[in-house]
Design a protein around this ligand. Structure first.
Ligand code: FE2
Length: 488
């Protein structure tokens, strides 16, 4: 049985622009849905939860809306012995509570304000990322805010965790990394005032055990980081606030192609001055796939953002900045090598053919070698991910792909979900939401990670659209505190 969604397509009217209407329209309800129709069969050896974060505008926005502005909402799918349960719930941030009490949007968005504004406050919305840590899930915001701890099954907000962060800015950016071998969570913070960045480690039991300032040449708008077994890799990108706009309280970004992109390799518990910087060709970089060590080399596999070019082949800085601001991706799978003994570097495009982003992998080996990456095919339009793809991080080869139709489909960030007893790195499943514009059918699709080209082994039909969002994660049953107690 296929069910069509009946949400209003523009809950606040069309005057707020296309990012609150149609497929992008926020959803109004928090639901728990079980016994949903399934095409195929839900694997019984898939046990855990897929969590996906994204903005969901709750009240009429103040001023111009940008899709980055809405309040954090988690959409989840719990898989248990062949059964499935969908949930969605807002993260109960301080901003959400204030808005809820007022019954109106109290905050300004990124088009109208800047993070530190006092007269036009922004909402620390926890709407960007989610990652399993210490038996719970940690949600975070791309502009770096207070992390929130949520229950990965019920999606209830357990608490804000200001104790995880410290120092200037007192924030945690999206894209903290969890080393599943040690349970540690590694994160960065960034801010307009000096020293512009900090780096920290939270222990498996939730204590801030390391936090150091990182001095950058100026205000920078980096987005991600990487870790290896012994190091963390911090980013200094040639993207920063336009100074005049910042003074005027407006968020406008500049891409400066005269600057290199730099990656700073710091021992996991290193002091500020132990960081070693490596320079590469100028570009922005949204997302890291994974990093590891090979002898004296630190290897970082990433999706390199390809700067826009003018007709004469030179870099178009203004257009590149606009594309970055609107999440219009043009990215290629890329390998960076940094020799921590000799200082030598190298970089290479692993596959020029596919514009791929929102990369994932088997997170059991975050910081260790992983051969396989799972990514979305990126239509240049914002958040328009039309298919999923499996790629070899050694060769760059695309070894499998699937789409129900590139003209119709919106996939979410696909995560690798191991089978209960994996025999290889890619022994398991890949899980992704898929909204089809043409048929107006929402599914959560489950693929065999060994061969995603076969198409979904299970299509779970949801009677509601899941709007596009940002980052996701997979937490396996053994990583979830209340897995046994939660009786689905
Ligand atoms: Fe991101």
């Amino acid at each position: 049985m296929e069910q069509r969604f009946a949400d209003t397509d523009a809950p606040f009217g069309h005057e707020h622009g296309p990012l609150l209407t149609g497929t992008f329209a926020p959803v109004a309800d928090e639901l728990v849905l079980e016994q949903l129709p399934v095409e195929g069969a839900i694997p019984r050896d898939l046990n855990g939860v897929y969590l996906r974060n994204g903005p969901n505008q709750q009240f009429e926005p103040r001023g111009t809306h940008h899709y980055f502005d809405g309040e954090g909402m988690i959409h989840s799918g719990v898989f248990r012995n062949g059964r499935f349960c969908y949930r969605n719930k807002y993260v109960r941030t301080e901003g959400w509570k204030n808005n809820d009490a007022a019954g109106a949007e109290l905050y300004w968005g990124v088009m109208n304000s800047v993070k530190d504004s006092t007269d036009r406050p922004m909402n620390d919305a926890a709407n960007t990322d989610v990652i399993g840590h210490g038996g719970k899930a940690v949600v975070s915001w791309y502009l770096a805010g207070v992390p929130y701890i949520i229950d990965p099954i019920t999606l209830d907000t357990i608490k804000a965790a200001p104790e995880y962060v410290s120092g200037p800015g007192k924030g945690m950016s999206a894209h903290s990394k969890v080393d599943e071998h040690t349970g540690e969570l590694l994160f960065f913070d960034y801010f307009t005032e000096k020293p512009h960045m900090s780096y920290g480690v939270v222990s498996a039991d939730g204590r801030l055990v390391h936090h150091v300032p990182i001095e950058l040449p100026g205000d920078r708008l980096m987005h991600d980081m990487g870790i290896t077994e012994n190091y963390s890799i911090l980013h200094d990108v040639p993207v920063y606030h336009d100074e005049e706009a910042l003074k005027a309280g407006r968020h406008k970004i500049r891409f400066d192609s005269s600057l290199p992109i730099r990656f700073g390799v710091i021992p996991r518990f290193g002091a500020s001055d132990s960081i070693r910087w490596f320079e590469f060709s100028s570009c922005f970089l949204y997302h890291v796939v994974n990093c590891w060590e090979e002898g004296d080399e630190v290897v970082m596999i990433a999706c390199r953002y390809m700067p826009a070019k003018k007709a004469d082949g030179s870099i178009d800085e203004e257009r590149t900045a606009r594309m970055i601001a609107m999440l219009e991706m043009d990215a290629r799978l890329w390998r960076y090598r940094m020799n921590i003994k000799t200082g030598e570097t190298s970089e290479e495009c692993l596959n020029a053919d596919h514009n791929v982003e929102f990369p994932t992998y088997n997170s059991a080996d975050t910081g260790r070698y992983t051969q396989w990456a799972y990514l979305v095919d990126h239509d240049p339009r914002m958040l328009r991910w039309t298919g999923i793809r499996k790629m070899n991080t050694d060769t760059g080869e695309s070894v499998g792909e699937w789409s129900d139709g590139h003209d119709d489909c919106w996939y979410s960030e696909p995560w690798f979900a191991p089978t209960d007893n994996p025999a290889s790195e890619d022994h398991g499943y890949v899980v992704s939401f898929c909204w089809n514009d043409r048929t107006e059918v929402q599914e959560l699709q489950v693929f065999d990670a060994l061969d995603i080209s076969k198409g979904p082994v299970a299509r779970i039909k949801l009677p509601r659209r899941v709007p596009p969002g940002f980052h996701a994660c997979w937490m396996k049953a053994s990583q979830i505190d209340n897995w046994t107690a939660a009786n689905e």
